[in-house]
Design a binder for this molecule. Sequence first.
Ligand SMILES: *[C@@H]1O[C@H](CO)[C@@H](O)[C@H](O)[C@H]1NC(C)=O
Length: 491
Amino acid sequence: MKFSFAALAFAPIALAGDCAISASDRADCGELASNQDSCEAVGCCWSPLENEDGPWCFYSKGNEPGSCFVFQNSTDTAPFSSSEIDTMKGYFTDNINVEQVGAVVAAPDHDTPGGNYYYHWMRDGALTMRAFQVITPTSDPSYKTTMESYTNWVLGRQAATPVHDGVDVRVEPKFEIPDGTVFDGAWCRPQNDGPGLRAISLITYANSGVPSKDFVTSSLWKAIKADLDWVVGGWDSNTCDLWEEVQSSDFFWNRVTMKKAMIMGAAFAATMGDDETASTYSTTAASIDSKLDSHWTGTFVAEETNRQKDGAVFVGFNNGFDSSDAKYAPTSFEVASTVNVFNTAFCSEYAINTADTAASVPGVLIGRYPGDTYANGNPWVLTTAALAQILYRAASYTLDNGVPEADALSEFAKGLNVEFPSDAAGIAQTLAAAGDSVMLRLKEHVGDDGGHLDEQIDRDSGEQMSAKDLTWSYAEVLLAMNAREEYIARA
Ligand SMILES: *[C@@H]1O[C@H](CO)[C@@H](O)[C@H](O)[C@H]1NC(C)=O
């Protein structure tokens, strides 16, 4: 008797239990409803949030919609033709070595929703110069001149006069073009991902076999060491995130890219005969690594406690991967599960994803984070291309390392709405086709713009918008297409 009484008393609470979902795990039901009555009328849960980002109207446990990803099974035709890629490369390189001073302009657009983008951002510039090296043959004469110009620009910025109390110039976010002075307006500072990213680009150049021994010792090593020495002391410090909005000392993006810089730096210091520095960098890499695991939530890698699901993690999986420890390999359970969780989250975030999926347009569009409000909160070209790059890399990784673990494949299957074959070659082809699917949805929205890539894609209309000719958008799209070519060449 007691038992059935208790069961009865529990009946209404069981519903509350199905609605007990943390802010970051809620799947937005707001497309259907916007107040408590309309929300509960469609069977969703209503629970306002005060200090956290997240939907107030959300699906109850077990009723969440899955990924809207549309898989198209073809790798026969590249999503962008080689002439389209060449056009994009042209716009990309137009933004490099601007005014012949070695600077990279974030976008030659003086009037974006975020203001003037005609500055050299440390982060964008460094990522761009890595991408430039990936897509440019070392035999191309512009390879050397452009990289040496950039190296000299970096040395100049490291020597710039500090203008903000307590902010080392190495972690200033942006600089004036062409004079290279520190940007002096109000801005989110410091941004501590810059030194590691610059070092990654410069070490890549130093190792390319192109620069003279003298240039390596007198210029490159000097610039690299100045940046990496900052990381040794500053890697665990407070910083703005890469979107320049929130502050923390524990962003996945910053950690994973700094760790890679330290691993590369240790090897490079050893080739320079500086074993003591090499050992310091190795120790720092291990310290950073020990803080990475806490970003794994059990179902996805979180950018930060208060900004959990963030496309920055996708960009970090690509830019922060180092084969020496293969952490967050593109076919790992962590990466696959993060792809599934983020695809699902961004599906319900944007009306354009719902509309595209209904119209059977392949792929999915990814933004910065659910709840973004910058320029109304939209999918971004660069985070979408970063997802494609992960999938192409996963395809090549499967050719190299064989069939991925079953739990990883099962997450990819959910996130990409596909059934995998059982052989490694077939799995690799399926992952590459998923990469093509992503690029095809991107192309659906950028394809009529003559090869120009902007920052964002309007969440409702699907038109490109915000900063025009964003350099980082080109960098990510070209890196994705390069990763595709690497797979195709071997498949
Ligand atoms: C994709 O197409 C290839 C070639 O026709 C086929 O072998 C493979 O099974 C297909 N994969 C999926 C997931 O349907």
